[in-house]
Structures are given as C-alpha cells and as structure tokens.
Design a protein around this ligand. Structure first.
Ligand SMILES: [Zn+2]
Ligand SMILES: [Zn+2]
Ligand SMILES: [Zn+2]
Length: 404
C-alpha cells in the first residue's frame, strides 16, 4: 500500500460500500434480553432504557469490583445511540478510488461508513452520529433569553427571599438577611453577624449588601471582621497585637482593605527559638507574603503570586496589565484604590527567587547557607545532554569515536 493511503478516508458513494454492509449488531444485557435500543454502554456497566420505561436503570461495579450497584433514575433526555464499530475488512472491492479525502462529519452524506487504515489494516468504521449538543453555539442562541434572565435574577435577590436569616442560631433573634457572598458556593442571604462569623476562615471573600434597590459591594472589614493571625482555627487571641488600621491584602479576586490582628499568646511561641514569631513570620505562616519586612502594611496572597507567575510564564502577561485587571475586578468605576503596583513588582521577584532556591534543593541543605550557593547550581540541567553517571552507559568511554 502506498504511504499516502495511510490516512482516514471518507466514503465516496454508497454503492462502493453496498457489498460490505452488514446489519448493525444488537447488544444484549447480562440478563439475556435482546433490546432494540441500547442508548449508552459504560465501560464498567450499562444503562438501559426502553421506550415504554419512564426510568433508566444504571448498573456499575463497586470500587473493589465485587458488587454490582444498580441505580434507578428518572428518564433524562435520551440521546441517540452513539457507537463506533470497527471491523476488520479483507474485501477491497468497495474501496474508494481517490484518496486522501477529508473526512465528512456533518451534513448530508452518502453511505454510513468511513474507511480507516491502522497498522496496515483497513477497517470499516461506522460514522459517528451527531446530536444537538454538538452544535453548542446554535443551541445557545436558541436559549439565550433564559441565560440572560437567570443573570438578571442573580443581580437581584433571587426567587426565594427569606424574611429572616436562616443561618442565625436558635438562641439569637433572627434579623432580615441583607448580605450575600459572591465567592461562597450557593450561599444564601444572611444577616451581618452570620456573614462575619461565616467568613472568619475566608476573610477575602467578596460581600454584597442589599440596599433596598440593588446590591452594593461592602468589605468584611466594615462589617467588623478582624483577621486573627497565628490561630489556625480562627479563634480569638487572648493577647492580640493589632496591626495597621488599613492593612491591604492583594488577592486573586481583588485588592482588600482588612483589619489585622497579630497573635501575642503562646500559640505563636517558636518551639525552636523560644521567642514569639515576628510579624512577617506570622503573615508568611498564613500564606501572606509581606511587602516589607519590619512593619508590613501590605501583603500578597501566595495564591495570587502563584497565579501571576503562571500567567507570566504561559501567557506573557505583563505585571502592569495583571495589576490593572485586579484593580478593575475590585472596582470598575475608576474609583481611587491603594496603589500597590510598585511593591507587587518587588514581591513577585522575591517570590520567583525563593521558588528557584526551593527547586534547586537549597531549602533542604543543612550545611550551607543560601549565600554559599555555587555559581550555576540553580540552573536547570538539560535532560538531553549526555552526562556520565546520569544518562550515559557505564562503559561509554570505550565506545568507538564515531558514536561517542
Ligand atoms: Zn443570621
Ligand atoms: Zn464567602
Ligand atoms: Zn494568640
């Protein structure tokens, strides 16, 4: 067979194939019932649906492979049968004359099969059938009124407006819920106290307040949340040391002004040095990278620094564009925001430097300090370059010169 035949062929005409057509196979269930329409066959189970059924029965194996689980579910929209049947073919009579031709996947086609050549064998493949879901943009245009309606519903308070906060404990008098979090998954409307209590461990979520006509952004700091460092469980420190009144944290979802409190109790006592953790240390332990060392007033979350690093490497995103994007996410009206762009440039360089040291194994060296790192030690070695005792055979020195 010439090399150019090693492509996928489309059927030319149906009469070419008529000699090779066979009736489609019928699947049988394990119970032996011949079914006229099996709609899907899972790799480790099956789903059976008959036209008169209003339910679908799914069978699947348990994780250890010992038991068969059966689930009954109400009938979902039924897809047409999807299968790809590959049969070996030794009959060359119906083989198309001209090739290669692009495979015809949509539109009116003649014939139900295409030819495929794999490892020198010609196989006849039933064409894949296409469904409405294969034209997602067309289906979207038909349904865009509904999509827009749901976006408008989410701008307001939704379909079910409770008259009292459903998260309030029973011993507290429930008040009208007027706050919601756009970062919590499926969070209901809640009162101010519940909003603060539910965000002690998520202090960088974005909160909105219902004014009576619309939702406006409001910070958790204004609602009374104080971020307590040094206490992993979010509990209050008995001897807190308050930080700057307007501490700024730059996160993936924007720039936040927060109220911060350092730990002054034994929870932050270092077991190695016996002294209290410094402020910068408490921030770092909370995955916040301080912009300055001595009296930090700004910090960047590790998530944000990691994300920015990945974006610069994969998308060549400039730091300025990235920071402008964060500003617009925070407030798109052009309002004045704290400018932390210069310190972000500095911190992102420090972040990359620390990452380079870590990947070079400098974090695990108990003998040498970072200053004692040798030149070239942090370089990434080429995996293709031949290096003795790493990717060369032990007797490479004896190899003849022409292959050495
Ligand atoms: Zn409540
Ligand atoms: Zn939240
Ligand atoms: Zn404490």
């Amino acid at each position: 067979m010439p090399k150019q035949q090693l492509f996928r062929y489309s059927t030319a005409t149906s009469h070419h194939l008529s000699a090779m057509m066979r009736p489609a196979k019928r699947f049988r269930t394990s119970r032996g019932n011949a079914l006229s329409d099996v709609h899907s066959l899972h790799s480790l189970g099956l789903s059976v649906h008959q036209p008169e059924d209003s339910v679908i029965q799914h069978s699947s194996f348990s994780k250890d492979g010992r038991r068969i689980r059966r689930h009954i579910s109400s009938s979902a929209p039924i897809r047409e049968r999807l299968y790809t049947e590959i049969e070996p073919c030794d009959d060359w009579s119906g083989f198309p004359d001209e090739y290669p031709q692009p495979e015809v996947l949509e539109g009116p086609t003649e014939g139900r099969f295409i030819f495929q050549v794999k490892k020198g064998r010609v196989t006849r493949v039933l064409k894949r059938k296409f469904f409405r879901s294969d034209r997602p943009m067309k289906v979207f245009l038909e349904n865009r009124e509904g999509y827009l309606a749901i976006q408008m519903i989410l701008k307001g308070r939704g379909d079910h407006i409770p008259d009292h906060c459903t998260l309030c404990p029973s011993d507290r008098e429930a008040t009208e819920p007027t706050f919601r979090c756009v970062d919590c998954t499926n969070a209901p409307l809640m009162c101010q106290d519940c909003c603060v209590e539910n965000h002690r461990l998520n202090p960088l979520h974005r909160i909105e307040h219902w004014t009576g006509r619309y939702f406006e952004k409001v910070s958790l700091r204004r609602l009374g949340l104080v971020i307590q460092l040094g206490h992993q469980d979010g509990s209050e420190c008995p001897f807190p040391v308050s930080g700057p009144s307007k501490f700024v944290i730059v996160h993936n979802n924007g720039i936040h002004r927060v109220r911060m409190s350092y730990c002054g109790c034994e929870a932050s006592l270092s077991s190695q040095t016996g002294s209290m953790h410094h402020k910068w240390e408490q921030l770092m332990r909370n995955r916040l990278f301080p912009a300055t060392h001595t009296r930090p007033g700004t910090a960047y979350t590790f998530q944000m620094l990691n994300w920015f690093h990945a974006l610069t490497l994969s998308g060549k995103v400039a730091a300025y564009d990235f920071y402008k994007g964060l500003e617009r996410t925070t407030n798109n009206t052009g309002a004045k925001l704290p400018n932390r762009y210069p310190s972000m440039l500095r911190v992102s360089r420090q972040w990359r430097h620390l990452r380079m040291l870590r990947r070079g194994g400098r974090g695990n060296d108990g003998e040498r300090t970072i200053d004692q790192t040798k030149p070239g030690e942090l370089a990434v070695e080429c995996i293709a370059c031949p290096r003795p005792e790493i990717n060369l055979p032990s007797n490479w020195i004896n190899a003849p010169d022409n292959i050495k």
